[in-house]
Ligand binder design. Structure first.
Ligand code: NAD
Length: 490
């Protein structure tokens, strides 16, 4: 399949890339009849179109989900589990095609889609399909007077809004737990990366999931996304995206007291102490800076290095950066692909200009690559302090700053100097220091001597303006259910 698609031109794909909405088990056009262009990041060319859905489409999807809810919420956990495992199997069977289109649609290297995105989409369904078979509920004895026990029930229609950087990975991270515990859902994928969501709707149908359990409405955030966040019959919203959008979603959800989870932006630190294993720290920091063109919320965009090894670290880091192969995302050997859009390219280049005007030194990179599509050189900046905007604001591109520090206290104060608190990496061989620094960093995840090592059971989320709530494992199962205490007098 991959080879056949590779040989075709973008123009020849016009026939197959008019994405429909998926509502009540049917593939349908938007009520408005209007579509939004889908542009290929690595060529800048038109590649297809997606529904410009509005509140009418969202409402139809919510109605379909409401209709499906009573039967689905009563379906035995073993049967829900079986269907989710079937979805995972079908993702596995379509692995190559999904990886190909994820790369084409988002600009990410196909090797990353194969290593991270599609395996994780499968794992999300398998993880929650089996998790629901092992749940327990709490019971509390009130002396000899009463027995309390907790019932957990699904909430109804879950609204799921996801971004473009890890399209199928994050969409399935929300759909799988939501439906595993008996909710039905309306998902709104990013308008910039609709293709694997479209493929997932076909997979869900082929797996035999009852119509209306999963509905996918495509469209622009301020229209379709906003309509979903505000819909009166959607009591729970799981949102992943930018912090500014998260604030709008929270404002739309607040008047109806919706249950809400917000996974937002980051400006993650990567702290390298002088005693670190530099042979490990450098290649991993290259990954954490430039994987997916720096477009992962968990990328470490601020590197802090203890002064005694700073010079040597910068030299070796820059050498390794220069060795990265930037190019066609569909080539297996590509390390860094294209940015998602022209607007995002301009934003990233704007921050590189800002770094220059703030007095930074561009040690390597700093330019757009002279070819069609939205490519930026992996860029390393030194000479800026923590109060510069370049170290305060999320750039979300292949741009990293390196700053020296003189003490553990200073390293901690540098890491905590932004309004974000999503993740951090700390590199040291001193075990006590590792625990001490991890405890002092304000972020939802701290990795010691590693990065992006994810266990789906652990709580995932951000502190400060990086988010509200936690997802993953038990946290997701709890988020998508509501508790009720039953007190029985003995
Ligand atoms: P975005 O906020 O622009 O869009 C995210 C989603 O929200 C899209 O589906 C979009 O259509 C929708 N949307 C936009 N406006 C809306 C509105 N008014 N109401 C409801 N929905 C609306 O984010 P993006 O540019 O797609 O993604 C990049 C951002 O996501 C970065 O800030 C990144 O850090 C963040 N992110 C966070 C995590 C995490 O787990 N914390 C993971 C991935 C990405």
């Amino acid at each position: 399949m991959t080879t056949a698609i590779k040989g075709s031109t973008v123009a020849a794909m016009r026939d197959v890339v008019r994405v429909p909405n998926y509502i009540g088990g049917e593939f349908v056009a938007p009520a408005s009849g209007r579509y939004i262009d889908n542009i290929c990041p690595s060529t800048g060319e038109w590649m297809g179109e997606i529904p410009d859905s509005d509140d009418r489409d969202v409402d139809a999807a919510v109605q379909a989900a409401e209709k499906a809810f009573p039967a689905w919420s009563r379906t035995l956990a073993s049967e829900r589990s079986r269907l989710l495992l079937k979805i995972a199997d079908l993702i596995e069977q379509n692995f190559e095609m999904l990886a190909y289109f994820e790369s084409l649609d988002s600009g990410k290297p196909i090797s990353l889609a194969k290593r991270l995105d599609i395996p994780r989409a499968m794992a999300n369904f398998r993880f929650f399909a089996t998790a629901i078979l092992h749940q327990a509920s709490e019971a509390y004895m009130t002396d000899a007077a009463a027995l309390n026990y907790t019932l957990r029930r699904p909430l109804g229609v879950a609204g799921l809004i996801s971004p473009w950087n890890l399209p199928l990975y994050l969409l399935t991270w929300k759909i799988a737990p939501a439906i595993a515990v008996g909710n039905t859902c309306v998902a709104k994928p990013s308008e910039l990366t609709p293709i694997t969501a479209k493929m997932l709707s076909k997979i869900v149908a082929d797996a035999g999931l009852p119509p209306g359990v999963v509905n996918i409405v495509h469209g622009a955030g301020p229209k379709a996304g906003a309509a979903l966040a505000a819909h009166p019959n959607v009591p729970v919203i799981s949102f992943t995206g930018g912090t500014a959008t998260g604030a709008k979603v929270a404002a739309a959800a607040a008047p109806r007291f919706k249950k809400i989870s917000l996974e937002l932006g980051g400006k993650n630190p990567n702290v390298i102490f002088a005693d670190a294993d530099v042979e490990q720290a450098i290649p991993t920091s290259i990954q954490s800076s430039f994987a997916n063109q720096g477009e992962i919320c968990l990328c470490g965009s601020r590197i802090f290095v203890e002064r005694s090894i700073y010079k040597q670290f910068v030299e070796r880091f820059v050498e390794a950066t220069k060795r990265l192969r930037v190019g066609d995302p569909l080539e297996e050997s590509t390390d860094v692909g294209a940015l998602i859009s022209e607007a995002h390219l301009k934003k990233v280049l704007g921050y590189i200009d800002l770094a220059r005007s703030e007095g930074g030194t561009i040690v390597t990179g700093g330019h757009r690559i002279d070819r069609s599509g939205y490519f930026v050189e992996p860029t390393v900046i030194t000479g800026l302090t923590c109060d510069c905007r370049v170290l305060q604001e999320e750039i979300f591109g292949p741009v990293v700053t390196i700053t020296p520090f003189d003490s553990e206290e200073e390293a901690i104060s540098f890491t905590n100097s932004t309004r974000y608190g999503l993740s951090a990496s700390v590199w040291t061989r001193d075990l006590q220091r590792a625990h001490r620094v991890a405890a002092a960093i304000d972020s939802g995840t701290v990795w010691i001597n590693c990065w992006l090592l994810r266990d789906l059971r652990v709580p995932f989320g951000g502190m400060k303006e990086s988010g509200v709530g936690r997802e993953g494992g038990v946290d997701s199962l709890r988020f998508f259910t509501e508790e009720k205490n039953v007190c029985v007098k003995l």
